[in-house]
Design a protein around this ligand. Structure first.
Ligand code: IMP
Ligand code: MG
Length: 185
């Protein structure tokens, strides 16, 4: 697929908007098949906001009517490498006791972010905590976790778009791409 150039950065398309839309729909159908009870969806911001926005609407079409609350966790900060420490920047306001919870994140990489969120909600008494990620980037797992639902296996590249950023840039791209390092000179 063709590359595009934004602000002098070359970006290669990894997953197109139509490929993403069909995976999102399939995941919503898988989730609905589990017939979750009193479902609470918790997108982990910021990177998952576009995926979550599409997934909850696909969940509606699949017959679900979840509540949605948001958590902002930070482990990346401005660098491209995980710091290893997860911070709660914004917590949910909803009581999860006895409820089925679906955590939504953009990428599962070390797994620290999702494992942290899952442990937290389980400790608060969630009945079950399932996880949905758009991308699974294998090879870097540092926590005991796997995603219950995933969109795509992601190559080991730093990716942007569809909500994901590089220093807060490129979230608006409707596809998932990777920034192609400049060569030569
Ligand atoms: P983990 O805690 O190492 O699994 O990291 C997951 C988080 O790191 C994701 O929620 C993303 O926000 C961020 N992340 C990991 N890889 C990338 C990437 O290639 N591009 C943008 N963000 C990433
Ligand atoms: Mg994130």
């Amino acid at each position: 697929m063709t590359d595009i150039t934004i602000d002098g950065h070359r970006i290669g398309v990894l997953f197109s908007d139509t490929e993403i839309a069909s995976r999102v729909k399939a995941i919503a159908i898988e989730i609905a098949a589990l017939k979750p009870a009193n479902l609470l969806v918790v997108p982990i911001l910021k990177g998952s906001f576009v995926f979550a926005a599409d997934l909850i609407r696909a969940m509606h079409h699949a017959g679900l009517s979840p509540e949605v609350d948001f958590m902002i966790l930070s482990s990346y900060r401005k660098s491209q490498k995980s710091s290893g420490q997860v911070n709660v920047l914004r917590d949910i306001e909803t009581d999860v006791k006895g409820r089925d919870v679906l955590l939504i994140d953009d990428i599962l990489e070390s797994g620290r972010t999702l494992a942290f969120a899952k442990d937290l909600l389980n400790a608060r008494g969630a009945r079950s905590t399932l996880t949905a990620v758009l991308l699974n980037k294998p090879g870097h797992l540092a926590a005991h976790i796997s995603a219950d639902f995933q969109g795509f296996v992601c190559p080991d590249k730093f990716v942007v778009g569809y909500g994901m950023d590089m220093a807060h840039q490129f979230r608006e791209l409707p596809f998932v791409g990777h920034v192609i390092p400049a060569t030569g000179i």
